[in-house]
Design a binder for this molecule. Structure first.
Ligand code: SAH
Ligand code: SF4
Length: 358
């Protein structure tokens, strides 16, 4: 099998392909010019192009399904070399900005949500990705290529500011080595130039891996999927809590190196009649005491076969207001692309039932 070229940092590539400056040229063709073949890399010698062609894979992902939501978000399903599939989502946010003469212009802000594994071992009760169990880790290149394919599909210029969130399928910290390498490949200034401080790793709370990630000092942002404020409920929702309880997560967060101007994001998936009460909000405020935190309330996104329910907008608002009144920054995440079965794993599941992927 050919080696996926996106698995290589520029440094690694420069060791494979001599002389070293060729790696920079190849990076530019891949990540700036969005080349689809080695053949078109005109400033490389012909022989080198054919050697690259023989040894490296330039298109490791095949887009097998694409769904556009009314809010402009686009969900992609990619097939990997072995037939398994993963999802990635392009989230569009329009931001009002003004021209110098005072007239309004709209600026498109992109966030790409990427997968780190096929399936997931963590087994959260509310998560569709968990239902199919764990299949395998993605390589760094398979993570990187998701974003690259979306750039190509949407003609996003390589210098456009894009944010990345590792919130698709899988537990990024269970694939820490490949994810950390992907962070570096994304941030290479001769490549996509997506700075680590525009990348957010979301974790279900593997405390020991949070510590390990912290020691790597990559400069990335951290998001914790908390979802419950006492261990008993959290264990029911997220069995991983038996191994790493809430206190251990908080301890790991306190030790995590965070950019001075940034906050740790706490995701709180709100499920009707499970964790949407003000008592939980109160406990949450206590728990976050002394931590530079921001809370993101997420509407539970129901799917066929689940007993959990989407919360009432009114209860979401009350929960948010309570936190804000106590001085805790809190936003509500509208389930982006609800109409395109957005919560992780749903497009894959649907396509599996139609016989696409495995
Ligand atoms: N494994 C990591 C990252 C991927 S999951 C983690 O758990 O943080 C990304 C987010 O999607 C998590 O916060 C998860 O709780 C949330 N999620 C899972 N199932 C969901 C659903 N049905 N509706 C809304 N959000 C969901
Ligand atoms: Fe895995 Fe995250 Fe889903 Fe939990 S919520 S099963 S950690 S992907």
């Amino acid at each position: 099998m050919k080696k996926i070229i996106h698995d290589y940092t520029r440094e690694e590539l420069s060791k494979e392909i001599k002389p070293a400056f060729r790696a920079k040229q190849i990076y530019s063709w891949i990540y700036h010019k969005h080349s689809n073949s080695f053949e078109e890399m005109a400033n490389l010698p012909k022989l080198m192009r054919s050697e690259l062609e023989n040894n490296f894979e330039l298109n490791p992902l095949e887009c097998v399904s694409k769904q556009e939501s009314q809010d402009g978000s686009i969900k992609y399903l990619f097939r990997l070399y072995d037939g398994h599939t993963v999802e990635a989502v392009l989230l569009l946010m329009r931001e009002a900005q003004y021209h110098e003469d005072g007239t309004l212009k709209h600026h498109r802000r992109y966030t790409v949500c990427i997968s780190s594994q096929v399936g997931c071992k963590v087994g959260c009760a509310f998560c569709l990705t968990a239902k199919g169990g764990f299949i395998r880790n993605l390589s760094s290149g398979e993570i990187v290529a998701q974003v690259l394919e979306i750039y190509k599909d949407q003609n996003i210029p390589s210098n456009h500011r894009v944010n990345l969130v590792y919130m698709g399928m899988g537990e990024p910290l269970d694939n820490l080595e490949n994810v950390a390498k992907a962070v570096k490949i994304f941030s290479d200034e001769d490549g996509m130039s997506i700075s680590p401080n525009r990348q957010t790793i979301s974790t279900s709370g593997l405390s020991s891996k949070i510590e390990k990630l912290g020691k790597m000092d990559l400069g990335i942002n951290l998001a914790i999927s908390l979802h419950a404020v006492d261990d008993e409920l959290r264990e029911r929702l997220m069995p991983i809590n038996k191994a790493y309880n809430i206190a251990s997560i908080m301890e790991a967060v306190r030790n995590f190196p965070i950019n001075q101007r940034k906050k740790v994001l706490f995701e709180y998936l709100v499920i009707k009649d499970v964790n949407d009460d003000i008592k939980s909000a109160k406990k949450l405020v206590k728990l976050l005491n002394g931590i530079k935190a921001k809370v993101n309330l997420i509407y539970f996104n129901p799917y066929l076969g689940t007993n959990f329910k989407r919360p009432e907008a009114e209860d979401m608002r009350k929960f948010q207001e309570y936190l804000l009144a106590k001085g805790v920054l809190c936003t509500i995440r509208e389930s982006k692309g609800l109409d395109i079965s957005a919560a992780c794993g749903q497009l894959r599941e649907q396509k599996l039932s139609e016989g696409v992927g495995k």
